[in-house]
Design a protein around this ligand. Structure first.
Ligand code: ADP
Length: 590
C-alpha cells in the first residue's frame, strides 16, 4: 500500500518536474528571442541615425547654395540648424555604438566630414559677401566642395555597411533562436501533454485495478461468510447424531444391539468430523507452506487403488457405477502416495456427491508421452461454464444448499489443485453444462527411470508387533495420552501417563521408564525443560526420551535435539516409526 503511494508520489513529482522544465525552457527561449529582437531594432536605429545625418547635411547644403544665389543672408541660420541636427545625430550615433569600438573609431571621420563642410560653407558665405556671387560660385563648383561631401558620405557608408552586416548576422541569429524556441516549445509541450495523459491513464487504470481488488475482497469476504455458515452447518450435522447416540448408550442398559448401533453411528459421524477437520487443516497447512510431501517412486495404479478403496463405500451408498481403467504397462510417478490418493479420492467423492443415484463414474488413467492423465468423469449435475474458471478457488460451492445430503466446505477442489501442483502437475475441469456431467483431469509428470525394488512394508508387521518396555506418556491431551497408552499396553508394554510437565518429571523418577513419549507444549513445565531436567539426573541419562509434538519444522527438531531428546516424532505419531523405535529399545534391553 505504502509502496504504491510512493510510486504515485514519484510519478506526480516527475510530472511536476517535467512541467517546470517545460516552463523554464519556454521562459528562457522568450528571453533570448526578446534579446535578439532588441539587437536587430538597435541596429536599425544606428542605420536610421546614419541616414538622418546625411539628410540633414544634404538639406543644409541645398539651403546654403540657394542663399548664395539669392544673396539671402537670413537663411544662414537654417544652414547652422541643419549642421546642428547632424551633430546631434552624431552624438546619438556615439551612444548607440558605444559597444562597438570599430564604429566608435569611424565616428571621428564623420565628425571631421561635418566640420569640414560647415567650415567650407561659412567660408563661401563670407566670400559671397566680400567678393560677390562669381567668386562664391567658383568655390562651390570647385571639386573641394565635392570632395568634402564625398568624404563624409564615405565615412557614413562605411558605418552603414558595417551595421548592415551586423543586421544580417543578428537577423539570422534571431531566426535561429526563433526556430529552436519553436522546436523546444513543441518538444516540451508534447512531453508535458504525454506526461499528463500517461499520468491520467495510469491513474484511471490504478483506480480500476483498485476497484477490482476491492470487489474481489468483498467477494472473498462474502465467500468467507458463506463458508462459516456452511462450516457451522457441516459441524453441527454430525454433532446431533453423536449426542443422540450417547443418549441411546446411556439408556440402553445392557442391550448389546442398541449399543452396537449407537457405536456404529458414532463411528461414522466421527469419521465425517475428522474428514472435515483434516481438510481444513490441510488447506491451511498448504497455504502456509507447511506440508512436506514424502515423495517416492510409486505406481499410479497403487494410488488409484487406495483412492478407490476409500471412496467405494460412498459410491456404493449413493448407488453409482464406477469403472476404473488403468494402462497395462505400469506408470510410475514421483509422489506422496497418501496425498495423491487423497486428491484422487476427493475427485471420486465429488463425482459421487454431485450425481443422482444410478449415475456412472469413470476413472481413467492414460499415458501421453512424458505425462500421465488421470480423469474422473461423471454423469452428474455438471457445472455451468461461468462457474468453471473459479471452481478451484477456496470456498467455492456451485450447488450450495444447506440440506444436501453429502456436505462439504468448498475446499476439496482447492486442496486437490494445490496437491497436484505440489506434485509438479496441473488439473482442469470440463463440463458441457448443468445436468450434463463433469470431468476433472489431473496431469502428472511420469518417472521414466528404472523402478526401485519393491520395498517391504513394516506396517504389515505392525499388528503382530510386541515389546515389553516401561513407557511413560506425558501429554496434556488426556484422550491422546490414554489411547496411546492403551495401544502400547496391547503390544505388551507397561505404561504410565502424566498430563503436565512437573507431574511427568515425578513420574519419570518413580516409574524409571525405558522410553518417555514426551509432548512439548505442556502446562507448568514445557517438554524441553522436562527433558533437560531428566538428563541432569543420574537415572535419566540413558532413558530414551522421544518428543511427540505437533511441531515438525527443522528448527523444532534442532531445538528438541539441543534439549536432549533422542528422537522427534510429529503428531499423530507415525506408527511404523514408533514400533521401529520400540523394537530397537526392546532389543537393546534384552
Ligand atoms: P465441496 O464439495 O466441499 O462443496 P469442493 O471444493 O470439492 O467443495 O467443490 C467445490 C464445488 O464444485 C462444489 O460445491 C460443487 O458445486 C462443484 N463440484 C465439484 N465436483 C463436482 C462434480 N463432479 N460435478 C459437479 N459439480 C462439482
Amino acid at each position: 500500500m505504502e509502496s504504491t503511494f510512493d510510486k504515485w508520489l514519484a510519478g506526480a513529482g516527475a510530472l511536476v518536474a517535467l512541467l517546470v522544465v517545460a516552463a523554464g525552457l519556454t521562459f528562457q527561449n522568450t528571453r533570448r528571442l526578446n534579446e535578439d529582437a532588441s539587437w536587430v531594432a538597435h541596429t536599425h536605429d544606428v542605420i536610421d541615425t546614419l541616414d538622418e545625418i546625411i539628410v540633414s547635411m544634404r538639406e543644409a547644403e541645398a539651403v546654403q547654395r540657394s542663399s548664395i544665389i539669392t544673396d539671402d543672408e537670413s537663411r544662414s541660420a537654417e544652414v547652422t540648424a541643419g549642421i546642428d541636427a547632424a551633430k546631434r545625430s552624431v552624438e546619438t550615433l556615439r551612444r548607440l555604438t558605444d559597444d562597438n569600438p570599430d564604429q566608435q573609431a569611424r565616428i571621428s571621420d564623420v565628425q571631421k566630414g561635418i566640420a569640414d563642410l560647415a567650415g567650407l560653407w561659412s567660408y563661401t558665405a563670407r566670400v559671397r559677401n566680400e567678393q560677390g556671387f562669381e567668386a562664391a560660385r567658383n568655390i562651390i563648383s570647385s571639386d573641394k566642395a565635392d570632395r568634402a561631401m564625398t568624404k563624409l558620405h564615405g565615412a557614413l557608408r562605411q558605418m552603414g555597411d558595417s551595421e548592415r552586416t551586423l543586421l544580417d548576422e543578428r537577423a539570422a541569429k534571431t531566426e535561429r533562436t526563433y526556430c529552436s524556441a519553436i522546436l523546444t516549445g513543441l518538444l516540451t509541450g508534447v512531453a508535458a501533454v504525454t506526461g499528463i495523459v500517461a499520468f491520467m491513464v495510469l491513474l484511471r487504470r490504478h483506480l480500476a485495478v483498485r476497484k477490482r481488488a476491492e470487489h474481489a475482497l468483498q467477494e472473498a469476504d462474502c465467500r468467507k461468510d458463506e463458508f462459516l455458515a456452511t462450516l457451522a452447518h457441516e459441524l453441527r450435522n454430525p454433532l446431533a447424531p453423536l449426542r443422540n447416540a450417547l443418549q441411546v448408550m446411556r439408556l440402553a442398559g445392557g442391550n448389546v444391539e442398541l449399543l452396537e448401533q449407537a457405536r456404529g453411528i458414532m463411528d461414522r459421524q466421527l469419521s465425517q468430523l475428522v474428514r472435515l477437520v483434516d481438510d481444513l487443516l490441510d488447506v491451511s497447512r498448504i497455504s502456509r507452506g507447511k506440508i512436506e510431501l514424502r515423495k517416492e517412486r510409486v505406481e499410479l495404479a497403487a494410488v488409484v487403488q487406495s483412492a478407490v478403496e476409500t471412496s467405494r463405500p460412498l459410491i456404493e451408498q449413493t448407488g453409482q457405477q464406477l469403472t476404473v481403467t488403468v494402462p497395462q504397462q505400469p506408470v510410475y510417478v514421483d509422489a506422496d502416495v497418501t496425498r495423491l490418493a487423497q486428491a484422487c479420492m476427493n475427485l471420486l467423492n465429488n463425482a459421487a456427491k454431485y450425481s443422482e443415484p444410478g449415475g456412472q463414474i469413470w476413472l481413467t488413467v492414460e499415458r501421453h508421452g512424458s505425462e500421465v492423465a488421470l480423469s474422473v468423469k461423471d454423469t452428474g449435475t455438471g457445472i455451468a461454464a461461468s462457474e468453471l474458471p473459479r471452481i478451484f478457488d477456496l470456498f467455492t460451492q456451485v450447488h450450495r444448499s444447506l440440506d444436501k445430503a453429502q456436505g462439504g466446505l468448498g475446499i476439496g477442489l482447492s486442496l486437490v489443485k494445490r496437491l497436484v501442483e505440489m506434485h509438479g502437475g496441473r488439473i482442469e475441469a470440463k463440463s458441457e453444462g448443468p445436468g450434463r456431467g463433469s470431468e476433472f483431469i489431473m496431469t502428472l509428470p511420469v518417472l521414466t527411470d528404472a523402478p526401485d525394488p519393491p520395498s517391504t512394508h513394516e506396517s504389515e508387521n505392525l499388528a503382530s508387533f510386541k515389546s515389553s518396555l516401561r513407557i511413560l506418556i506425558v501429554d496434556d491431551n488426556l484422550d491422546g495420552a490414554q489411547s496411546l497408552a492403551a495401544m502400547l499396553k496391547m503390544m505388551g508394554n507397561d505404561t504410565c501417563t502424566a498430563y503436565e510437565g512437573l507431574e511427568g518429571l515425578d513420574a519419570a523418577e518413580r516409574f524409571r521408564p525405558h522410553v518417555i513419549l514426551l509432548d512439548i507444549g505442556l502446562p507448568k513445565l514445557d517438554g524441553f525443560e522436562v527433558c533437560r531436567r531428566i538428563r541432569q539426573q543420574p537415572w535419566g541419562k540413558n532413558m530414551v526420551v522421544v518428543a511427540v509434538t505437533g511441531w515438525g519444522q527443522d528448527h523444532d527438531r534442532r531445538r528438541s535435539q539441543e534439549a536432549g531428546f533422542d528422537q522427534h516424532l510429529v503428531k499423530p505419531a507415525n506408527l511404523p516409526a514408533l514400533t521401529k523405535l520400540l523394537a530397537e529399545v526392546n532389543s537393546a534391553n534384552d
